[in-house]
Write a protein that binds this ligand. Sequence first.
Ligand code: PFF
Length: 452
Amino acid sequence: MDSLEKQTKRDQWGSRTGFILAAMGSAVGLGNIWKFPYVAGANGGGAFLFLYILFVLLIGIPVMLAEFSIGRNTQRDVVHAFQKLAPKSPWVLAGILGVVATFFILSFYSVVAGWTLNYIAQYTVGGLGQAANTNYGEYFSQFISHPLMPIFWQTMFMILTVLFVYKGIKNGIEKLNKVLMPTLAVLIVGLAIYSLNLDGAMDGLKFLFQPDWSVLKDPSVYLAALGQAFFSLSLGLGALITYGSYLSKEEKLPSASLTIASLDTVFAIIAGLLIFPAVFTFNIEPGAGPGLVFITLPDIFGNFAYGQFVAITFFFLLAAAALSSAVSLLEVTVAFVIRQLKWTREKTAIFVGVLVTLVGIPSSLSLGIWSEIKLLGNLNIMDSIDYVASNIFLPLGGLLISMFVGWGWNKRDVLSEVNFQTNSLGTLWLISLRYITPIAIFCVLLYSLGII
Ligand code: PFF
């Protein structure tokens, strides 16, 4: 134990369930309920879902297990974890990439999460949902292009995020997720059942489950599916290395990874079951983009007897799911800064939180008064940051993590860290980390950079 660890004893999860729920809290978020439906919608539905599940099984679960192993073994933040396992080697770049990428992802993630807070407020006191025939599409575009309101709500959301990180692992993050995750599960299943009774349910189900294989000729579908799998499972950036670092040695990592990845995928599919029947019932374009959840769902709520109440509950829980993911994003940088600069958790959480909020403002403005500014090709600021962080940094981080555990770390240590019951499972895992994952990610990355 070095002197810093002696001075500030690192917090740990209070229980196995607490850890699983926190990791699920990180995984289940806007990525499942907001992003998955519109990315699936824009990439052909069923065939995209097939690819997505394939990537989760072949690549997602092995990389998740790799992240937990690095974290638990080292009990360090993402940068210092690599420094500890491979001193003075370039592997530390994977850690630095993680800190930079989580920082930028949180900057735009908090903008979208702020929208959910606005919907709660507008449904509660702002009169939204009370007038019949409200044009929700118009309402949404007016709101997100407003120069001040979205920034106000983004700031509110960041204040909440900082609060839970400020309180620490056991008293902040773990307690938050223990309440929120089960509640969110009940509500989303209830809403999906309602949605499946709408007129457009069959068309919605066909869209999601009947693959049109011809879309697989388009290589960008592979990139989208891989990027979405990494994003949704919170992989590639060290969020799960960080969470794994608060684990005790008794935890069984393989079964935890399987549980978390499966439940995250189930959440995404249920979100699809909730959205697509409504999309087809209300004649909305499935590829309508980021506004899908904010326009489609209010249409469903308009049909409920207690629609306004359900809407408030839904957006509350969406905000909550976003919060539990945002907390894990912020924790990556906070854990790094605490160790690097030897600051207190409280000071670090506030400092990093303020920085992220400021960096997020241009993303928010890029949907309104700064919409003319294009960074990458034709993409505005927010989409450019999302593209680089989700489609390039995430897979690249995943590539480095899998290569490190597969090739860079002593094989015996790796296998004893994950305590696989049988050798054959351990071998399969290493095959994925050594060959399948790097080759798949490499091909997809080359494509995304326009090289193949
Ligand atoms: N998995 C989260 C979601 O689906 O919304 C987003 C996320 C959290 C991505 C943490 C990456 C991360 F490190």
